[in-house]
Design a binder for this molecule. Structure first.
Ligand code: AP5
Ligand code: MG
Ligand code: ZN
Length: 215
């Protein structure tokens, strides 16, 4: 199954992806995670991406499309994949279609998670995640049992540098301008499913599971 997770910053794409990949054995491909790893390793890609990420802007299409193209060609994507945070522009969506055509694949479903804007901001500014296993927490909605320590692996918890309120609002603006128009793109293909993300994580997942089981 070839799946896209869509939705604004803070909608819960990463949170749901963590659960989805346990129930459905497909690789989770998050361009945001790939960029953050490159930033951490101080690679040329990381240095380039960081300039845009810290301002809440999108990394240029040609850079982003290149890394996804390479990732989708890897053998573990043969049985399916879960894209999170890609595509984010019409150019990226069209490029993805071309790549998939070459690989004789297509998108089976695009799941769009919606959450009211002010809740998105609260979720983003309260987010912390594990440096080691990348588990996602929230100081307000889903705090770890022990301050600053990951429940799962004991690793230390950290805040993303783009999770300041001002940057979060900029990212939401960029989402409305450049990414929200893509919903029509997938609606026209007949693969879009929209569901409310302002519910318990497990309730949102139950809906996603239903959609994926019917594929
Ligand atoms: P990226 O990493 O993709 O960030 P994003 O799209 O802004 O989305 P987030 O990761 O902020 O939100 P999420 O939906 O994953 O929410 P989460 O599950 O963590 O992109 C970062 C940057 O990289 C971009 O700004 C750009 O610069 C660059 N980039 C990435 N992809 C790109 C592309 N394709 N093109 C160009 N540039 C690109 O949840 C958020 C919080 O809410 C957490 O604290 C969580 O615990 C909490 N939460 C989640 N679900 C619930 C729930 N049901 N109830 C209560 N709390 C919840
Ligand atoms: Mg995410
Ligand atoms: Zn951890």
């Amino acid at each position: 199954m070839n799946v896209i997770l869509m939705g604004p910053p803070g909608a819960g794409k990463g949170t749901q992806a963590e659960i989805i990949k346990v129930a459905f054995p497909i690789p989770h491909i998050s361009t945001g995670d790939m960029f953050r790893e490159a930033v951490q390793n101080q690679t040329p890609l990381g240095k380039e991406a960081k300039k845009y990420m810290d301002e809440g802007k999108l990394v240029p299409d040609e850079v982003t499309i290149g890394i996804v193209e390479e990732r989708l060609a890897q053998a573990d994507c043969d049985q399916g994949f879960l894209l999170d945070g890609f595509p984010r522009t019409t150019i990226q969506a069209e490029a993805l279609d071309k790549v998939l055509e070459r690989l004789h694949k297509k998108i089976d479903t695009a799941i769009n998670i919606t959450v009211p804007t002010e809740l998105l901001v609260r979720r983003v500014v309260g987010r912390i995640s594990c440096k080691e296993c990348k588990a996602i927490y929230n100081l307000e909605f889903n705090p770890p049992s022990q301050t600053g320590v990951c429940d799962i692996c004991g690793g230390s918890l950290t805040q993303r540098s783009d999770d300041q309120e001002e940057t979060a609002r900029k990212r939401l603006e960029v989402y409305s301008e450049q990414t929200a128009p893509l919903l029509a793109y997938y609606e026209n293909k007949g693969v879009l499913h929209t569901l409310r993300g302002d519910r318990e994580t497990r309730e949102v997942f139950a809906d996603i599971k239903n959609i994926l089981e019917r594929l």
